[in-house]
Design a protein around this ligand. Sequence first.
Ligand code: NAI
Length: 321
Amino acid sequence: MRQKIMTRNPVLENYPEIEIEYIEHELEPRTATLAKGYDAICAFVSADVGAETLKILHEAGVKTVLMRCAGFNNVDVEKAKELGIAVKRVPGYSPESVAEHAMALALAVNRRLYKAYNKVRENDYTLNGLRGVNFYGKTAGIVGTGKIGAAMCRICKGFGMRVIAYDVYKNPSLEEFVEYVSLDELLAQSDLISLHCPLMDSTYHLINLENIKKMKDGVILVNTSRGALIDTNELIEGIRLKKFLGVGLDVYEEETGNVYEDRSDEIMEHSVTARLLAFPNVIITSHQGFYTLEALNAIADTTLQNLMDAKNGLRTDNDVA
Ligand code: NAI
């Protein structure tokens, strides 16, 4: 039997039974009808997989929703269960992809690579504004030591840093070189702070002005986890207080509506992101931490295996409905 799904992937040759049709449009109620005649549909973080979309997919005969990401907050799981639609996801793919991007942001902001790149292109070979610090011998504070945080701990260790961490659970694989401390101790001792905990009620605005004031002067702060871990307005206050050597963000509170869109011709009327970008010691990327060849291949492989499992009626840890 040939399975048909609607998305794009690079490891398809390992799954000869699967046939794919790609469409550019986002999955939402208006586009869900296009799935008619397909066994499964594949969607990403920005798709609308709410009750209305699921109802239309059900009427179109779709039996499986394949989320090619870990998060599924955009899926109405209860509705999917009610309609008998299986929903499968990719809980972990390549933690190093995100951790390496976190270190890339830390290095880029420390050595002002974005400035240096433009200066040399402008025939300006001066070093003004480019002085950084060594990471070697400094202290890295990792908040959240799950899969990605643990990879970041290993990277920081490789740079010759002392690594301290804060988490609600200790990760036994790190016990040889990571010292767990309280959040306040981590804030007070770290030269580089990298956030890798999930966004929950207890972590919302974890980095606010009160906590920023507990940090060392000249700290580098990196967030590749979720934007709302940081109170952006209070971060801006902290930057104005000259707390930070640098701030590197792959995620930020206002990113919904921006992520993967070209808005270069628009005038942003009320953008705190634009205010952040006005600082010379801030670098922002747009949710690209996961975006490496290895991570994409791992996501594609798991997604295609999820479809085969669905076809064979197998339930696994990747099932959310
Ligand atoms: P994980 O579930 O393996 O690890 C999360 C860790 O955070 C766990 O050790 C957990 O105990 C800890 N934690 C929970 N509550 C905490 C708290 N209140 N304080 C401190 N630590 C706490 O998750 P993983 O795979 O390492 O992902 C981490 C985050 O990275 C995700 O939540 C997601 O938001 C983000 N992410 C970002 C991507 C990007 O492209 N920028 C891609 C993938 C994930």
